[in-house]
Every structure is written in C-alpha cells, then in structure tokens.
Ligand binder design. Structure first.
Ligand SMILES: Cc1cc2nc3c(=O)[nH]c(=O)nc-3n(C[C@H](O)[C@H](O)[C@H](O)COP(=O)(O)OP(=O)(O)OC[C@H]3O[C@@H](n4cnc5c(N)ncnc54)[C@H](O)[C@@H]3O)c2cc1C
Length: 405
C-alpha cells in the first residue's frame, strides 16, 4: 500500500525544510511530507559556518549578489528580485531569529549558534504540520501521468507534486538522469590550495590583508585576504579562485602554478619604493623592518627568499637583491600540488542542468510538477552565506508556485 501526499519533498536539508514550511504555512490544506534519508535532518545547517551557520550575506542589490555565483549568475537574477537577502533576514526575524552582520558582510544568528536555525525550522515544521519522515531513503522516482511514485527504504509514496532538495547526492542525480534530466558532472568547489614551499613553511595563521592571486596559464584571477595554513593557502583570495575555477582546476588535476602579488603594487613601482627604503633605512636590517603593511613573519620569509640573508642591512642591498625582493613581493610564484577541504563551508559545482529549469517557478521544463531547490541544481557560490541564500530563494519560489496551486 502506498502512502499518498499532496506534496513530497525529498531531502530534509536547508532547502527542503524552508520549502516545506513555506508551502504548509501558505496552504494548510495540503498534506506536505519530507522524506529524509538520515535519522535526523538539517545536518549541514548544523555544521555550517563552523557551527555558527552563515545564513546569508549583507548584499542587497540583486545584480551585485549574483556576482558571487560562478554557476547560476544569470539564472538567479530574476529569482533574487522575488526573494533575496533582505527577505531572508525578515523571514527569520518574523520567526524570532535575529541575524547580525559581521565586518565582512557575513550574517549569522545573534546566538552565534547554528542550533538556533535548526530549532527554528523544527519548530515551524511542527507548527505547520509538515510530516517529516526520517530514515526514508528514496530509491526510485517514477513520474506517472499526473503524479509521482516513489520507492523508499520504508515503502512506497505517491504525490501530486515533487520537490527534489537532496543537495549534492550522486545517487539522486543518477535517478534524475534516468527520468530524462541532464546533470552536469559534479566537481568540488570551495577548497584551499596545498603548497609546500619554504616561504610559507612554519608560519600558519599569518594573513596578508589584500593580495592578488593569478592562476598561471588561465585567466583566473582574484583579490582579497590570503591566509597561510599548515598545508598551503586559504581565505577569500584563494577560495574565490577555487569556486570560479572549479572546473578548470579539476581539469588541471589540482596541479598548477599561482602568482601572488602580496602588496597589490606594480613591480616597477615597488622597486622604486625599495630603492627609497635603501636610503631611508640604510643602517637597519632588511629582515627586521617589514614594509607595505605585511606581517613581520611573511616579510622575513620573502626577504630570505630574495637571497638576502638575515643580517643584511638596507644599505648593502645590491641591484639583483632589490629586483628579487620586488619580484617576491609583487609576483611570487608558488606551485600548487593539490587541494584540501575548507572546513567552514564547501559545496559541489555541478548538478541538474540549469537549462532544464524554469527559474520563474524552479519547475522542471522536462517533467511537469517536478521542482528543484538548493544544491541539487548546478548553482554554487563563493563562501560567505551565498550558498544558503540560493537554497532559501529556490525553496521560497517553489513554495509560492506549489502553495498557490
Ligand atoms: C561543512 C559545511 C559548512 C557549510 N557552511 C555554510 C555556510 O555557513 N553558509 C552557506 O551559505 N553555506 C554553507 N555550506 C553549504 C550549504 O550547507 C549547502 O549549500 C546547503 O546545505 C544546501 O542545501 P540543500 O538543502 O540543497 O542540501 P543539504 O542541506 O545537503 O540537504 C540535502 C538533504 O537531502 C538528503 N538526501 C539526500 N539523498 C536522499 C535520498 N535519496 N533520500 C532522502 N533524503 C536524501 C540528505 O540526507 C540531506 O539531509 C556549508 C557546507 C558544508 C559541507
């Protein structure tokens, strides 16, 4: 015997809960169920943002907001005019969850705990009688004439409308391909670069505040803070490259060279500045007089890499050494030999082909009454709360479309 529901949502994650709550709230007559494979849902919300959940980003202009999406930039512009960051903030506030803005624009619950978001969703789902069924793994999806039959680990279900909110699940992408959808092969996005190099050895935690990084041999370039880690480099300057370059860097098998301009200055101008410093700081040791607002430990490493030894004074620098230092500061070459997980946030590039989706409703163009929201579609963003914003926006628009029907 199959269980019947008006609406079924596969996946009890960010997008699944957000859609279910909004559908049920808008149209209490509908029976709404979430089928979640885990013994609890919202696992990624729980661990997100280092346990604080970076819910969204304080960017309120749709055309600016979309620029944070390497995949989805064009398609999300319309949806963001319907539901974006300001709406997210209001949605949570109306349900008793206040968000705060950090200096870099990221927004978190005032409680600094992702549990606040989880609790809000569980409370709202209960209040609006969403039937959340855990330990239900969906194994097959069968579109019928005006309904869907789902086979799960705990029996079959039939529904009129189906929302796929399964995040980056290769098994579900395969099921979707079987029913005629196109899926762009997944590759990781948002990762840090593995680099073994004397210049960054033993100085983890050092931050260069504003750098430019180029991936040599490509047109990938980014700006922002750069963090030296135990295994290489991280922070926005690197993470942006990992997102915008997700496909290119996968093709390079994560082996490539980068050029870092640590001071965002032209090499010739830097050389002139160094020549002036040679006069001004003549009697001082070069390694001990950090310049260009660079952290002392990084400065020292770059000086040593320019064949200038520890005790050399500015006055003693020769032409070659000055040139080498200018190069280290403005065009330092590093070899990247792999990638590591960025623990605060990571996503998958790839998913249901955007050409298959009507972005006015997030409905499939191939199978009527089938909808998608969240990471299951080929949308992903740089770090900062934008990935959740994609989930909230898609889920909200689906809820409007389904809830009204
Ligand atoms: C460590 C980490 C931290 C992150 N931090 C942030 C952050 O701070 N800010 C931000 O914007 N983004 C963050 N992200 C990204 C963000 O979590 C995702 O973009 C977001 O969760 C996507 O939501 P979703 O609902 O599409 O998928 P998910 O949240 O992944 O939910 C999908 C759900 O579907 C279920 N499911 C899958 N297959 C089946 C099946 N066959 N049957 C039934 N259920 C199924 C899964 O169990 C899961 O519960 C982070 C990601 C990670 C990994």
């Amino acid at each position: 015997m199959s269980q019947r529901k008006d609406i079924i949502i596969i996946g009890g994650g960010a997008a699944g809960f957000f859609a279910a709550i909004n559908i049920a709230e808008q149209n209490p007559e509908l029976s709404v169920a979430i089928l979640e494979r885990g013994k609890s849902g919202l696992q990624k919300v729980k661990i997100s943002g280092g346990g604080r959940c970076n819910v969204t980003h304080a960017e309120f202009i749709p055309s600016e907001l979309v620029q944070n999406y390497p995949r989805g930039e064009k398609e999300l512009l319309g949806p963001f005019h319907t539901f974006m960051t300001g709406d997210t903030i209001a949605w949570f506030e109306e349900r008793g969850v206040e968000l705060k803005i950090e200096d870099d624009g990221r927004m978190f619950p005032v409680s600094n705990s992702s549990q606040t978001i989880v609790d809000c969703f569980l409370h709202e789902a209960k209040k609006h009688k969403v039937n959340v069924l855990y330990n239900h793994v969906v194994k097959s999806i069968q579109p019928e004439e005006s309904s869907f039959t789902l086979e799960t680990s705990q029996g079959n279900f039939i529904c009129n409308k189906l929302l796929i909110a399964t995040g980056s699940s290769p098994k579900v992408w395969r099921l979707l391909e079987q029913i005629g959808h196109h899926v762009i092969s997944p590759v990781p996005s948002l990762f840090t670069f593995d680099i073994k190099d004397e210049r960054i050895k033993d100085i983890p935690g050092v931050v260069a505040k504003d750098v430019t990084v180029k991936v040599l041999g490509t047109d990938l370039i980014s700006e922002g803070p750069l963090l030296i880690t135990h295994v290489g480099m991280s922070a926005p300057a690197i993470l942006k490259l990992s997102a915008f370059g997700a496909l290119t860097l996968a093709k390079l098998n994560y082996n490539f060279n980068i050029e870092v301009n640590f001071i965002k200055q032209d090499s010739a101008l830097c050389l002139e500045a160094l020549k002036d410093l040679k006069i001004q700081l003549a009697k001082k040791q070069v390694t001990g007089t950090s310049q260009f607002d660079l952290p002392k430990r990084l400065w020292k490493k770059l000086v040593l890499a320019s064949q200038i030894d520890e005790n050399t004074r500015w006055a003693d620098l020769n032409k070659v050494q000055l040139n080498q230092l200018a190069t280290q500061l403005t065009a330092a070459n590093f070899k990247v030999t792999g990638k590591s997980t960025f623990k605060e946030e990571f996503v998958t590039a790839g998913g249901v082909d955007l050409k298959d989706i009507n972005f006015k409703t997030f409905e499939s163009k191939i199978i009527p009454n089938l909808y998608f929201a969240g990471e299951v579609i080929n949308v992903d963003a740089v770090t900062g709360g934008f990935n959740f914003q994609n989930a909230w926006t898609g889920a909200y628009i689906v809820s409007q479309s389904i809830g009204k029907s």
